[in-house]
Design a protein around this ligand. Structure first.
Ligand code: MEV
Length: 315
């Protein structure tokens, strides 16, 4: 009885969320200490058993609903591999990534399942970063409508990426960070459904296209400048660009009073910059800090209502 384990990290969007759906550049990074894990074990009993102990769920693949993300990840791999008959398997997922909080929990779960299954079945070509990103995108598309492709890319590559959505192939460049960037991620504790927020931005863009195109252009320019700043190690400038990006997100109406309270608190406590991260209207915000200010900013975020604060260092 063999077993195979694979994991995938959470993610933060540093620059360009929402605008990236409209083909503007964006930057995202993995959060390596928060991870989804998939374990595959051979079984005696025939069938594919899906287990999600964190959610108290266990069921057969054959009984899964069409919109079940766990089953969609398994089926995406099976379809691409042309699998018609399943070996008897038990697939268990668990995750330390908070759900519906902008940290890519869904994409990470799918990527971990796809990679673990590919390895377990000896389909090593489907365990490569690009293949895992593509298959995870298929799952995201089924569940989220119009994902840009940045979330599945960063969780599969596990590196900071500069990303532009384009056809026939997205532009994906892994980024070199000249100086470590110390980030704090603070959770508002408010669930946010990416699909709903992305849909709402689309409706606003449809009714006021010129204004939204201008906002998206500004986000794209901020992402381009941020890329230079990261590569040159200009941390102060990077912080300013983050706060600028937060203003553009406020103009898109995807911020919220809770997020803004945290952004404000981080800045007052000495953060170099702060913004919401991900779809917005809840979920997480991120603050760029100097190492010697980290604890002060962390405490300020907790006082301002953060449910949890995680540290992450981009290198
Ligand atoms: C979600 O992490 C990022 C969004 O830009 C949606 C997407 O890119 O698919 C809001």
């Amino acid at each position: 009885m063999s077993q195979t384990i694979a994991t995938a990290p959470g993610k933060i969007i540093l620059f360009g969320e929402h605008a990236v759906v409209y083909n503007r550049p964006a930057i995202a990074a993995p959060v390596t200490q928060l991870r989804a894990t998939a374990r595959i074990e051979d079984m005696r009993e025939p069938g594919v058993r899906l287990c999600a102990p964190d959610l108290n769920r266990e069921y057969w693949l054959a009984d899964a609903r069409d919109d079940d993300p766990f089953a969609r990840a398994v089926l995406a791999l099976a379809q691409t591999a042309g699998l018609t008959e399943w070996p008897a398997l038990k697939i268990t997922v668990s995750s330390s990534i908070p759900m519906a909080s902008g940290l890519g929990s869904g994409a990470a779960m799918a990527a971990a399942v796809i990679r673990a299954l590919a390895f377990h079945l000896g389909l090593d070509n489907l365990a490569a970063d690009e293949a895992v990103a593509d298959l995870t995108y298929q799952v995201e598309k089924l569940l989220h409508g119009t994902p840009s492709g940045i979330d599945n890319t960063v969780v599969a590559y596990e590196k900071p990426v500069y990303f532009i959505r384009q056809r026939p192939k997205n532009q994906i460049e892994t980024l070199k960070v000249a100086r470590p960037c110390h980030l704090l991620m603070a959770d508002t504790g408010i669930y946010s459904i990416t699909k709903d927020v992305v849909g709402d931005v689309r409706r606003q863009w449809q009714s006021d296209t010129e204004r939204f195109e201008r906002i998206f252009d500004n986000c794209g320019r901020a992402a381009e400048s941020a890329r230079q700043s990261m590569e040159l190690g200009e941390i102060d400038r990077l912080g300013k660009l983050m706060t600028q990006n937060q203003r553009y997100l406020e103009e898109m109406t995807v911020s919220s009073p809770e997020l803004e309270r945290l952004v404000e608190a981080a800045q007052t406590a000495g953060a170099l910059g702060a913004k919401l991260s991900g779809a917005g209207r809840g979920g997480n915000m991120i603050a760029l800090v100097r190492e010697d200010r980290e604890e002060l900013v962390r405490l300020a975020l907790l006082r301002a209502g953060a449910q949890d604060v995680f540290k992450s260092v981009l290198t």
